[in-house]
Design a binder for this molecule. Structure first.
Ligand SMILES: C[S@@+](CC[C@H](N)C(=O)[O-])C[C@H]1O[C@@H](n2cnc3c(N)ncnc32)[C@H](O)[C@@H]1O
Length: 525
């Protein structure tokens, strides 16, 4: 069976990209919140199972040149592409192995972080057991493993789509043809129904909107792959326990019961204090389709809930900005903050929290160690208090607890490690080699492993940022690109051909472009 599975990935490679949820810093951060002391990232040993073409592992290797990284995948074609990508980027500390994870033995040594993204649900049951066996045998004592998987109840309705696609494509060997037939089948049901308002059809219609946006590779491996076995969270926890490991948290802390709004937390009271019970109740409530569980050794003490005090050992960056840029944290005035999409809003009259978010907004996108941040908050509030008031002394425990709430509400991010990106650029600006190599890719992982899609002009600039050119030399290269017709400059729909105008426009456009690339966290010097 592994041969058949390898053949589907050889025939239809899975788009390989970075997943911020799998980044070892995320694993270390959540582990810290749950009472584990994870290994520092600089020299960590990291294993990725089912690493595909290295899109996730290579950027991590670049960020941590002294770490040791190993990627394993069954598909020789994908591993060959992964090696090419590593060579193109010039990363020497990532080793890629074309083999089945079932063959991983003691010769691999142990790992501080193991990543298994998008593989557990897509492999046969015996390989699933082996995946957990590998985690148990190769996790270092304080190691953390990330395992994601498809879950019920959310997958119950998606399962119908998989079944109808498999039914229509049965007997067809070519994956591309299977995808075409699968898409046709869903459309056939939707266009043939006489009851468009039936709940089944409405749900199918919703799912079909997502399918329209999905590329063929994703659709094939999600819906037409040989194996895709969703399961309930509770069942996964039991299997993990059977392998002498335990699930201690989700890599997305904000989906956990503890991070829910008060009304949901109250509703979950029926589930009691047990983590697994609460999380399973929540999956039923939210119709959840996917989970990203964090595992550790069974004997490692981890807390049932995130500890607010652990925030004191972490770094904080904001995801929101004040709606009114003139806002100040003086007194008890309410300040409203929102993220760039406007879908996360916070409105608080807690002076220390307001001051913290305003300080972080000024420093955006940088992160600040919590103790330093608390000092900055103290200084700002003392400065803002009028001379006849007692100087305020902030409650650091309360601020840490509010910061954890903000992490659960996607208002701040938490990290263990310092920023790998630079906001102030050198005379010869340098982008991450991954970003330069992927300048033409649909989306580019930044130094926080988040995906970013620059404008066409910023992509052209990005290609020049290998650190070997100063701004003057970069402008010359941009001019050459425009003159060679690689980047058409236009005004009012007509091409600009006057050399002085071209030079002038490109010279003026460079600095704003560098600023955008820096604030997108793509620059290292
Ligand atoms: C759905 S893809 C996910 C790839 C990547 N981790 C991601 O999330 O984008 C599953 C990957 O697991 C690999 N795989 C399947 N069975 C495997 C096995 N027994 N050992 C190692 N890799 C395996 C496949 O070749 C494929 O690259």
């Amino acid at each position: 069976m592994p041969d058949a599975l390898a053949a589907t990935y050889d025939a239809f490679p899975y788009e390989s990209r970075a997943f911020a949820d799998t980044h070892p810093d995320r694993l270390a951060t959540v582990a810290t919140l749950f009472g584990i002391s994870p290994a520092s990232l600089a020299q960590a040993r990291i294993l990725e199972l089912g690493c595909g073409m290295g899109g996730n592992l290579v950027p991590i290797g670049v960020a941590y040149p002294h770490a040791r990284l190993v990627g394993v995948d069954l598909s020789t074609r994908q591993i060959s592409a992964a090696r090419d990508f590593a060579a193109q980027v010039g990363v020497a500390n990532v080793e890629f192995k074309a083999m089945s994870l079932t063959e991983i033995d003691a010769s691999f040594g142990t790992f501080d972080y193991i990543i298994a993204h998008g593989i557990y649900s897509w492999i046969p049951d015996d390989v699933k057991r082996q995946l957990l066996r590998v985690c148990r045998d190769t996790l270092a004592p304080a190691g953390v493993a990330f395992v994601s998987y498809n879950t019920y109840p959310g997958w119950l309705s998606k399962r119908v789509i998989r079944d109808m696609m498999l039914f229509r494509a049965r007997g067809t060997a070519d994956p591309a043809q299977q995808v075409r037939l699968g898409r046709e089948m869903v459309q056939w049901v939707l266009s043939s129904t006489t009851e468009p308002n039936q709940p089944y059809i409405r749900k199918l219609n919703d799912e079909s909107q997502t399918l329209k946006k999905s590329d063929d590779s994703y659709l094939f491996h999600e819906y037409l792959e040989i194996d895709n076995d969703p399961l309930y969270y509770r069942e996964f926890v039991d299997r993990v326990a059977g392998a002498d490991l335990k699930v201690f948290a989700d890599a997305r802390y904000r989906i956990m019961s503890q991070a829910q709004p008060e009304v949901v937390r109250n509703a979950l009271a029926a589930a009691g204090e047990n983590l697994v019970e609460r999380e399973q109740y929540l999956d039923f409530l939210k119709d959840r389709v996917f989970r990203r569980s964090l595992l550790c050794r069974n004997d490692l003490p981890a807390t049932e809930r995130a500890n607010p005090d652990a925030v004191r050992g972490l770094r904080v960056a904001t995801l929101v900005k004040p709606v009114n840029p003139q806002a100040d944290a003086a007194g008890a005035a309410r300040v409203e903050f929102a993220n760039s999409d406007g879908n996360v809003r916070v409105n608080t009259d807690i002076p220390a929290l307001n001051a913290m978010l305003l300080i972080l907004a000024d420093l955006h996108p940088r992160c600040v160690p919590f103790p330093e941040l608390a000092d900055m908050v103290q200084t700002r509030l003392t400065r803002n208090s009028s001379s006849n008031e007692e100087p305020v002394s902030i409650d650091r425990a309360l601020l840490a607890s509010k910061t954890l709430d903000c992490y659960g509400s996607a208002i701040v991010e938490l990290y263990t490690d310092e920023d790998a990106f630079r906001v102030e650029l050198s005379d010869s600006p340098r982008a991450s080699p991954v970003a330069v190599a992927l300048a033409d890719a649909p989306s580019i992982p930044n130094l926080r492993h988040q995906l970013y899609a620059p404008s066409a002009f910023d992509r052209l600039v990005l290609k020049q940022l290998d650190g070997a050119r100063d701004r003057g030399a970069i402008v010359e290269r941009l001019i050459q690109a425009v003159e060679a017709g690689k980047f058409p400059l236009q005004q009012g729909g007509s091409p600009i051909t006057d050399p002085h105008s071209i030079r002038d426009i490109l010279s003026r456009s460079l600095e704003p472009s560098l600023k955008r690339l820096a604030s997108a966290m793509l620059m290292i010097a």
